[in-house]
Design a protein around this ligand. Sequence first.
Ligand code: NAD
Length: 274
Amino acid sequence: MRAEVKAEIEATGLRAGLATVLVGDDPASAVYVAGKIRACEEVGIASIHHQLLASVSQDEVAALIGELNGRADVSGILLQLPVPEHLDGQALTALIDPDKDVDGLTPISAGRLLQNRPGLRPCTPAGILELLDRHDVSLEGAEAVVVGRSDLVGKPVGVLLLHRNATVTMCHSRTRDLAATCRRADVLIAAVGRPRLVQGDWVKPGATVIDVGINRSDEGLVGDVDFAAAAERAALITPVPGGVGPMTIAMLLRNTLTAAAARTTAPRGAGSGV
Ligand code: NAD
């Protein structure tokens, strides 16, 4: 997908720019943002990075987002979450122009997704759908079970699967018999943040398993699925690290290009309807 984005930029001569806003010095966030900037450079998307002090005020971040909304060279804006506790990350995210919302996390983007209207989709869920499509996983009428209901991953991936005519079950921390529900899944998606929560015998033989979890442990990064045991029953399974993580970045690049293309074809202010 990265190669495709790069080839498209070269072929069309489109100018795309991604503005990244990182508040504070959380090391994991810094690594994520650095990875996104590097990925942009590799495909020919310009990076406009803003590193802000942890002590910055809500108004100052809001003003920066307002400025980036107005800049013609910025096609996408990414506010790296979480922000320090004295800031309201959700309120700040909502200030991003929906047509530059390459993370797909503003309320407008969420509404467009829910109503299946054109719009920028959250990167991790969009990457999951791309993985499923590129491996010819049939979704029409399939039993899809999503474990986790966050606004970032669980809910949007559930909606995307619903729009593809899967029968979707959303599980969460209060779900009564998680194992039995997972065993029904033709497509099982784990987005929880609990190391190896999903055990091998929760996987229906022949199922497709997508592991979104990124958990730091003594053994390094592990997913939400017990990979070795699940791989014995699954027809297809994504590894951690690998799998969904790199796809998330690939989709960020794709979204940035989509946003840039929409800006060049739609009159400004008319609502580009990407
Ligand atoms: P979150 O903490 O916002 O949500 C977790 C969800 O899991 C909640 O809805 C909760 O109800 C559910 N849950 C918690 N305990 C449970 C249990 N015992 N049984 C069933 N459900 C339970 O997390 P998130 O932002 O959705 O992220 C989930 C995981 O995915 C994390 O490990 C995160 O690091 C990872 N993640 C990876 C990527 C990527 O690019 N690969 C992107 C985003 C998130």
